[in-house]
Design a protein around this ligand. Structure first.
Ligand SMILES: [Fe+2]
Length: 259
């Protein structure tokens, strides 16, 4: 089996990810060499980057063609890293263009706000759920206070609503500081992270999800757990959507955290 990366800024020239086609191609070759075969291309969808959601599928189709022309064996699918507040201004049809998963179980990659997992964020996630979209919370370990009891409680309350958490490779690597690294490791050890993704920004953050497999083990995961986090679980999300019930490990961790 191969790695499945659900969070990667591979689309050239649209955000702070790959600046141009040459950089995107170089990273795609890196992905192929390191066993990452499936990628959701997730440019920022927020008020800061002037990217029309309606253009993402075509842009990703053009990127797929480019990879094919260069015989790079990586499958790309259109997605987006959605700012939950910005989602209020997006139509269901727009969100559908960047949603993943099968019909009836569609979900969005929702960026954890750096200000913290506050009530506004919880309300915005709930609004998405009521609109029919599940949520994979991108890098909750980077949210302010993530490692505090309050921060853990906030995440557990979100997970109890049926969303799942995605931890970043760069957080595990320590590139966002010691506090973030410790929070990321804690989420893995507590069973609160469902997937790891690269959140790669080709040109500035060139690591791939293959490194996530190594770092998960370094954090104490078994090889099977690391395989689930980087391969089986992200593939499950794409094929089947968000699991209906928390995993036993997550449920146990939630009980402890909410006690
Ligand atoms: Fe990202």
């Amino acid at each position: 089996m191969s790695y499945v990366d659900l969070h990667l800024h591979l689309l050239p020239g649209v955000d702070d990810g790959a600046p141009d086609e040459a950089t995107a191609l170089a990273h795609a070759r890196r992905l192929a060499a390191e066993g990452v075969r499936d990628v959701t291309v997730t440019p920022h969808v927020n008020r800061y980057w002037p990217l029309e959601i309606s253009t993402i599928p075509q842009r990703v189709a053009e990127l797929a063609l480019l990879l094919e022309e260069h015989a790079i064996g990586v499958r790309v699918r259109p997605g987006g890293e959605l700012d939950a507040r910005h989602a209020r201004e997006c139509s269901d049809a727009e969100l559908e263009l960047i949603a993943q998963g099968p019909a009836g179980s569609r979900w969005l990659l929702v960026e954890a706000p750096f200000r913290g997992l506050d009530a506004t964020f919880a309300a915005d996630c709930d609004a998405l759920l009521r609109r029919g979209f599940g949520a994979v919370i991108a890098h909750p370990e980077r949210a302010a206070g993530a490692g505090t009891p309050t921060g853990v409680q906030a995440l557990c309350s979100l997970l109890a609503t049926g969303v799942v958490a995605q931890v970043n490779v760069c957080s595990l690597l320590g590139n966002n500081g010691l506090d973030v690294q410790e929070s990321a490791v804690s989420l893995l050890r507590a069973g609160l992270a469902y997937v790891i993704a690269s959140d790669g920004h080709p040109g500035t953050r060139d690591h791939t999800l293959a490194l996530g497999f190594v770092l998960a083990q370094r954090a104490g995961a078994s090889s099977v757990q690391a395989w689930r986090l980087t391969q089986a679980n992200p593939r499950f999300l794409l094929t089947h959507g968000i699991p209906q019930a928390p995993s036993p490990a997550t449920a146990a961790a939630l009980e402890l955290a909410l006690d």
